[in-house]
Unconditional design. Structure first.
Length: 130
């Protein structure tokens, strides 16, 4: 299972070739694709910051209808706490939302596909770059 990060979904919605090619490779490899409730929050924020709110809401809704959305759960809470504390104590926080995305992915045994390199700093998280 692989979590589609916010930047990846935005690139898909914008028709970026690299993202489309990566999605095809994931699907060809029988990888189950999903996203997290945190990514959905970020995506909706982006929609409401855009100039084409109605159009972008429709596009986002259509995309989300095709994806499983992983929610926070008890395992993710604990993983987030430990991961976030470790990152802060080592002076390398990556941001609360991305730490929560990583915690959810780890709780579900999923990787993350992203172009955000800071995910590579997170121990135990499988990251697929594109």
């Amino acid at each position: 299972m692989i979590v589609l990060d916010t930047a990846f979904i935005v690139d898909l919605l914008r028709g970026r070739q690299k993202a489309q090619e990566m999605l095809s490779r994931l699907e060809d490899g029988n990888e189950s694709v999903c996203t997290t409730s945190i990514n959905v929050l970020e995506l909706y924020r982006g929609v409401f910051l855009s100039k084409k709110i109605d159009e972008n809401l429709r596009m986002l809704s259509a995309m989300l209808d095709q994806l499983l959305v992983l929610d926070l759960n008890e395992d993710a809470y604990e993983i987030f706490g430990a991961l976030s504390a470790w990152l802060r104590s080592s002076g390398r926080p990556v941001g609360d939302l991305d730490e929560a995305i990583a915690a959810i992915a780890l709780a579900y045994g999923a990787g993350v596909v992203s172009r955000d390199r800071h995910f590579l700093l997170l121990p135990g998280l499988r990251v697929v770059e594109y």
